[in-house]
Design a binder for this molecule. Structure first.
Ligand code: FER
Length: 332
């Protein structure tokens, strides 16, 4: 990649409108990209992500079946609330959005998914975007008895202690994303476990993220594998290991050799990495993560979503397959 091209890309990014930046945070608005194209290239229903049924096994389906992403008349879905917590890591009060099940009750205990947004996002990136179908996927799968009712926590992943600092495509401006691991583990998770009716322990604690959130999902999982039983990194952004793409030069959070769990670490029950085949933002970086993990002997699941861009089709697919695996492991 030549320097001229990358500086062009950076200045183009600087000129983005708020609406365009939102597409980084929560996925390009592209309803059902190339569903038909996918259907043409795939031969079996399982490969296509059949719209009519659920296959109760541990197979990956590229597309979230319509029966799980569509709103049903007979299901009452959860709703997002907003909360704040004091972060010792950032030395300030910070916000998060929390999807609580419709019949949320302190008398019960629920598993919890921490869901991390993309670059330029915040705690509203997922809750303000109905087309990711998070409410529907979680609500429908719970209504069908496949998963337990689940709390979804959507943090603000920009863990800076300087209120004036803003994200951008340069090494210093992305550092707060890499600092989120500390805010999550030391501040947000304790806050959630203290104030909400959540089950604790890795089997009931899940981590997923999109793009920049996918990158941090992989990083956090490698560093803290004992905390999360089920993990899904969707369309993960570059920069875990050193590289240079059209947006910036990445020093790397860790080296390629360090892209593994520590010896003897407790590993997630499922560590899923996925990406659309037409991702126009992160390209083949997720595949490179998969190849590195494979070379380093890290157990994980890798799949591609035919025809999906850097968009909600990838997000729906990743979330669906994460929950499908949980359902399978629970014998549902
Ligand atoms: C990059 C390419 C993509 C990068 C971040 C992204 C920090 C993130 C995209 C997104 O979150 O949608 O080089 O560097």
């Amino acid at each position: 990649m030549n320097t001229e091209k990358s500086s062009e890309a950076v200045s183009a990014t600087a000129g983005q409108t708020v609406e365009n930046l939102h597409s980084f945070a929560a996925g390009i608005k592209a309803e059902d990209t190339a569903r038909d194209a996918v259907a043409e290239t795939k031969s079996t229903d399982a490969e296509r992500g059949d719209d009519t049924g659920f296959v109760p096994d541990d197979s990956i389906e590229e597309r979230c079946p319509a029966i799980f992403e569509e709103k049903r008349e007979d299901v009452t879905y959860g709703a997002f609330i907003h909360d704040t917590y004091y972060s010792d890591t950032c030395r300030m009060e910070r916000g998060c959005s929390i999807l609580l099940p419709a019949d949320y009750s302190k008398e019960r205990k629920y598993p919890v998914l921490y869901l991390l947004h993309g670059i330029f996002g915040d705690e509203y990136s997922f809750s303000n975007d109905d087309s990711n179908r998070i409410k529907e996927i979680v609500g429908n799968m719970a209504a069908d008895g496949l998963i337990e009712e689940t709390i979804v926590v959507c943090p603000d992943m920009y863990a800076t202690s300087d209120p004036e600092q803003k994200p951008a495509f340069d090494p210093e401006s992305v550092l707060p994303y890499d600092n989120f691991i500390n805010d999550l583990v030391n501040d947000l998770m304790p806050h959630i476990e203290e104030n909400y009716a959540v089950l604790t322990g890795r089997d009931h604690t899940y981590l997923a993220g999109f793009s920049m959130g996918g990158r941090e999902t992989i990083y956090i999982t490698l560093r803290k594998p004992e905390l999360f039983g089920y993990v899904c990194a969707i369309s993960a952004a570059p920069g875990i290991v050193p590289t240079k793409d059209s947006f910036m030069t990445h020093e790397g959070q860790i080296s390629e050799q360090e892209m593994r769990f520590a010896d003897g670490a407790t590993e997630p029950n499922a560590f899923i990495i996925c990406c659309g085949t037409r991702d126009s933002v992160v390209g083949t970086y997720p595949r490179q993560y998969h190849e590195l993990l494979e070379a380093n002997g890290v157990d994980h699941i890798w799949y591609e979503i035919a025809g999906a861009d850097h968009d909600n089709n990838a997000i729906r697919s990743g979330l669906y397959n994460l929950f499908k695996r949980i359902a399978y492991d629970r014998g549902r």
